[in-house]
Each structure stands twice: as structure tokens, then as C-alpha cells.
Ligand binder design. Sequence first.
Ligand code: NFS
Ligand code: SF4
Length: 669
Amino acid sequence: MSEMKIAVPEDVSVDKATIKMLRLAQSKGQESIFDRAVKMKQCNIGAEGICCKICSQGPCRLPLTKAIKDGSEPDDRIGLCGATPETIAARNLARQIAAGCATHSDHGRGVIETFRAMAYGEAKDYTIKDDLKLKEVAGYFGVPVTEEADGQTVPRDKWDVAREVADIALKQWGQQEGRMIYPGRAPEPTKERWLKHGVWPRGIDREVVEIMHRTHMGVDQDYRNLLKQGARCSLGNGWGGSMMATDMQDIMFGTPYPNAGKINLGVLSPTKINIIVHGHDPLLSEMIVAAVHAPDMMELARAVGAEGYVVAGMCCTANEILMRHGMPIAGDYLQQELAVVTGAVEAMVVDVQCVMENLARISESYHTKFITTMPIAKCATGKNTIHLEFDEREAMAKAKEIVKTAADNFKNRGAVDIPTDTNRMVIGFSTEAIKYHLGGTFRGSFVPLNENIINGRIRGIAGVVGCNNARTVHDQGHIELMKELVRNDVIVLTTGCAAMAAGKVGLLAPESAAVHCGPGLAEVCETVGLPPALHMGSCVDNSRILTAATEVVKAGGLGKELCDLPAVGAAPGWMSEKAVGIAQYFVTSGISVMLGVPLQIYGSPKLAKLLEEEMEEMYGAVWGYEPDPVKCAYKMIAIIDKKRKALGIDKVRERVLMDMADRQKLAVG
Ligand code: NFS
Ligand code: SF4
């Protein structure tokens, strides 16, 4: 028998809980993504973006040889139809953008549909939790929040406002022409760029469909033109589908404010019924959180001999319920199979996105019920897989059905092995929360942040976001990158699985500022009680980074448009198409993005040049790639310093730091 090729746990993760559980899984002969990544190599040609399979005469593969690379041979690679490597790689990339944007924006559509059903009284288990945010959002859509009655101005009925907002918002998906409304929230000069380059989106769906048309065999054969549509599509998501999803979720479930939370597999309980909610859609998980607190469900837990429930999140569903309710996070994308290996999970409840099909297989080795809930995301694998379809119109009843299934399964639990590792953190930094945290409860403001950037205590802002990727060491890139950034006084805004990596090593705890930050950032964090990395939510909530950056521009002193800001993004371990869509909307908005895993484009040097150099002139930002997290941090800092110089605030920082050094010298002497 040939020996099973498996991962060396310490080589593939830096997280203790993950290493322990991986070892346990391996000892039982159970395979996870970590092992499969060792067993299966990537295809080089596909990884370079130069495999075309969009018609049945292909796949046409155009490998970039050494001789072409060093110029000793001309680059005359073409596919059967004559497609160049640029066209092929650009088509592939544009399709990734389309898929990523479709995914987040379709999530957004689901949120708006439920919001609308709620407003019309058809989804009775949901309600308006944040009236203020509804008013604000109404303003963006031009929906009046007051009316005249008996010669006086009075507030309009909030349900009338909500209905009108919902009707207008939903139309943004199917709008065919003109300009989408929400991108209007960007700073003026940023919008001018979008108009100049023809990338202001018309409607969310239209831009996605147009990519599918233009990348069909024999349509758009100009890689620059293809990427222009990629940019337009990305804005429809970032400043459209995603931003509206975030806002409507805030109205229905509450805008996040700082709260305490716990993370890692150790949050699972040996004595309670463990329900993991995994995926992305808070419509279901919000109800499950509410359902376990219902008296009949508590009674049921007692009846089956459990001490209650743990509802723990996984992937971005985790971020959603953590941000709003402080519910614990069991783990990130790469930890999903290992959660089942604890033997303590009664139900792994999934909705959409980032759900590994192998969950169905690994659940079979345990009592775990793998419960799919969405009509668009079923699973045909595994004998423990069941489908309990969720329905927003009977949300609570459906949630209770799921909770009951988990509770009934408690008696089937076998041996349990839960790692003890957990970490505490402070989360919930919505744009509103940051504003109030900095400016005070009565007049929230970004001015204090800007002042600290201008005076050099804070060098700049980095958005560190995105997935974990089994082709990189789990969590390592995120952690090393963030540590290097905060050490250099760059404050970190984080979302998605990147935020979880930060949480696991304490970077989301305010007390870590003294340990990890440079002197300037440490001083600011300690004064206002902020952690050095601010958890802003799920990946859909990357839209919060756009609104926060817009607030920074508005607060003044740091330029007129987003690309003036000493701000930069990074996705050290991205893997999903959603991440490609996000990175493109950041770049199109004027914020450069460094990736730690390469885009699948490097088989076309011309396309790489467009993304890494030419986009600067169009949008004021570029894509970059650097796998070494420390080098990546310094490339990001170089971008920040360049912006500081252009703003004329580079010298101040040198003085601040000299002051620090002088002070230290005095202290020593
Ligand atoms: Ni974002 Fe969330 Fe994680 Fe990546 Fe998946 S969970 S939407 S895609 S893997 S960060
Ligand atoms: Fe080959 Fe052209 Fe068909 Fe692509 S579209 S598979 S390059 S023939």
C-alpha cells in the first residue's frame, strides 16, 4: 500500500488549534484541505491565466516560455482563433471579477428582497433596528424622511420610508442605463475619474452580464477594453450591491458598535449543543441566534441533557453575528473541516459561499448533520447531508426547525476533542462606530484621525482583508503583514478571514497596541482605547472601508479624492473570486492593493503591466503582488510614504519620530 501523502501540520499553519486538530484528523486517517494541497499540484498554465476554454476548440494553452520571457524569442503565442495571451488572460480575469461581484451582489439582492418583504409586512420576524441608519440611507436615495402636516414639518412614518427605499434600491440591480445611485457617495474628483473613463456602472446585473457577453468567443479582443468593463462591474458591486447589503443589514440587524468577542475552535462546548453557522448570509444566522434564546428551544436543550447552545460562526457568517451580537467565531475558511473533527458539532448549518464540499464527507465520520439551507446551494454528497430550506417569510419557524435538528442530534455525540485555544478581542468597528469612538458620542468625527495622520503619529491606513488559501501557510501572511504594518505606525482596517487571523493572535485587543505598535500608533490607540487592527466585518463589509475612506477625505487635510489618501489595501491569502472583485473595486476607487497570492495573469506580461502600472494614470491606484509578508508591508509603506510626500506631510512625521528618539535618549540618560 502506498503511503498517504499528507501535510506536516507545523508547516501548513501557524495556529495552534489548527495544528492540533489537523494532527488528530490525520491520526484517524481523515483527510482535509491541508493534505489535499500537498497531494495535488496546481496547473502552471492555468495559474498563469493563459489557458482558454471558452469554446470547444480549446482548451488552448499558451505557456510563457523562458525564451519569450527573456526576449530571445518573439512572443507570437496565439490560440486556435488567434487570441493573444492578453486577450485570454484578460477574459479569464474579467470573468473572475464578474463572478466575484455577482456573488456579493446577489447576496445583497437577497438582503434587499428580505428588507422589502419586511417593509411590506411579509417577513414578520424581521424589523427595523436602526432608525437613524434608515434615515441616512433614505437620504442617499433621495427619499424624504419628513412631510408637511398642518403647516408643520413632521417625521414620515418609518415604514413608508422603508418601503420607498426598498423599491428604489431593488431597482438598482436591474437598472439598464444612466448612473447607479450609491456610487454618488464617493468624493467628487473620484467620481469625475469614473465618468472620464466611462466606468460609472449603469446597473449591477447589467455590468455582470456584459462581461459574460464580452468574454464569449470572438467578442471583445482588446484587453484594456475588457478590464475597463471589469472596473465598471467592480464599482457596481463595491459601491452598489455590497454597500447596499451592508447598509440594509445594519438597518435590520443593527449597525455594529464595539463589543467583546471570542475566537477559535476552543469556543465549542463539551456540554452544550454546538451549532456552527457557516457561509455568508446573516438573514438565517440572525434568526438562529434569536431562536436558541426562545424558551421552547431552551427547554428542548435541557430535555436532551445539554446545558444550552453555542452558536458559533464560520467564515463571514461568523463576522456578521460576531459584529452585531458578540457571538463567538469557531474559525476561518481553512478551519471548517477541522471544526467537525472535534466531534462536538451537532449541526454544521451552511448558507452560501466558501463552503467546502468535503464537509459533507467528513461529517459522515461523526454524528454531525451537514445542513444546507438555500435553494441555490445544495449538496449531493454525503449521508449526513440534509436540506432544510430556509424561508424569510417564516424565518423563526425555519430557524427553530434547524435548532431542533441539532438538539435531537446531541444524544448521538461520540468522543469529543475540543482544543482549548481561544482568544478574546474587541470587534464591531463600523464606519459609524469609528467616527463616534474618535469624535465622541455627540459629534462623531474623523477629524481626530486625520489630525493624527497629518501630525505623523499614524503613518497611514491599511486595509488588510481577504481569505485564507491552502497554497500558503494558514494565517502566517496576515499576521506577519499586520504586525509589520502596526510596528510602522500604520493602522489596520480588517475584514473577512484576515480579521480572524488578527483576532487569533490578539491584534484585535486594545492592550496589544502597547506590544505591537510603533510609538506613534501606540500612543493614539492607548489614548482612545482602540486596538491596532479594527475589525470592520465580513467581506461584503469591505464597503465600510470605502465609506470610512470617504469620511477621511471629507474630514479634510488629506487630499481631495480617495487616491490622495495615505491608504493602501492588501489581501495576503486571497483565494476566492470575490476577492478579485473586491480588489478591483478598491483599485478603481483609487486605493492600491497588494496580493500575497498571485492573480492568474502572469502568463501575459502586457496584462500584468496594465494592472500594475497603467491603471495608476486612470484610477490613481494599481495592483501589486508580493508573497513575502514583510516585504509586502514595506511595499505598502512605500505607497503610503509617497502619498504623504505628495500631501506635503512627510516632514512632520520625521520630526515626530525624532522627538520620540530624543525623548527615549533623555529617558535613558
Ligand atoms: Ni471573503 Fe467570506 Fe473568508 Fe475569503 Fe470566504 S469567508 S466573503 S471569500 S474565504 S475572506
Ligand atoms: Fe482557443 Fe480561441 Fe476557443 Fe479560446 S476562444 S478556446 S483561444 S479557439
